[in-house]
Write a new protein. Structure first.
Length: 278
């Protein structure tokens, strides 16, 4: 079992609890961020911590911890655990509230470390199916714990034999997945939606990796453009780069991971294999 950091104390994960009076429990008022390690090093930790603080600011949640303090706590929590590679989840809660709805002045910080679990090889070898859903985030730039709509649409995805659900807005633009960002390939150009999304750290890093090898464009993408694309893939901290070969009931091209996607996967793998070793 792992060791978690809970509001200033390291505890066994089986003993990690929050008071039922915390607004994270009562009202779902909390933000989080998630990352993993490569070669024992947290992947772009500062970017994740800055996004966590930005998420808190966007929903008016006080974050009294500096980037340096957060980084130090993450490092100490990793030391408390002994995994070859770790998933790291940080959570800032609303803390206790006198009237059960108004945020107080004592938010809580949780850092949870668990071992990295591999996804099925077939996802990467043969690609996955995704579905589309008429949804979008309430506050686009905030990574909040309000995942009710995401959980519901992921159930729809599972029922359809899909791995992920991608949001589509009222203008028929595809945005992002419930826990991933989306890319399409058209005429060897890599394109990622740019509006009303939570920009993933993996997405941002991958864009920089790709620029020497491929044209990269950040622009609106319609659902039809996704369906008509030469290739498509999703990215996330846990999934890394996964080819998409079917959207709803339509195949993407010949329903095989394309050459650009395979090159993207190769470039990203080379990057993470060497992460933190220089």
């Amino acid at each position: 079992m792992g060791i978690f950091y809970i509001d200033g104390t390291f505890v066994d994960e089986n003993e990690a609890v929050l008071p039922v009076t915390d607004l994270a429990i009562l009202r779902g008022y909390a933000v989080f961020d998630f990352l993993r390690t490569y070669n024992g090093h947290p992947f772009h930790l500062e970017a994740h911590l800055q996004r966590l603080r930005n998420s808190a600011a966007l929903i008016g949640l006080r974050c009294p911890w500096s980037l340096e303090e957060l980084s130090d706590i993450v490092g100490k929590t990793l030391v408390q655990n002994d995994y070859p590679e770790s998933n790291i989840r940080l959570l800032i809660t609303g803390g206790d509230s006198e009237d059960s709805i108004s945020p107080g002045q004592s938010p809580r910080l949780l850092v949870m470390v668990r071992p990295v679990m591999a996804h099925p090889d077939i996802w990467y070898e043969e690609g996955i199916k995704i579905i589309t859903a008429r949804l979008n985030r309430y506050i686009h730039g905030a990574k909040s714990t309000d995942y009710i709509r995401a959980i519901v649409t992921l159930k729809d995805a599972e029922a359809a034999g899909a791995i992920e659900s991608v949001y589509v807005n009222k203008d028929d633009h595809v945005l992002e997945g419930t826990t991933s960002n989306l890319f399409i390939v058209r005429d060897h150009t890599v394109i990622s939606p740019s509006e009303d999304i939570l920009p993933g750290i993996t997405r941002d890093v991958l864009i920089d990796i790709l620029k020497p090898d491929f044209p990269v464009e950040l622009q609106p993408v319609t659902r039809q453009e996704l369906l008509d694309s030469d290739e498509a893939f999703i990215t996330s901290s846990t999934k890394e780069v996964v080819p998409v070969v079917q959207v709803d009931d339509q195949n993407i091209a010949d329903r095989l991971p394309g050459p650009v996607t395979r090159k993207v996967m190769e470039l990203f793998k080379n990057y993470i294999d060497n992460y933190g070793t220089a």
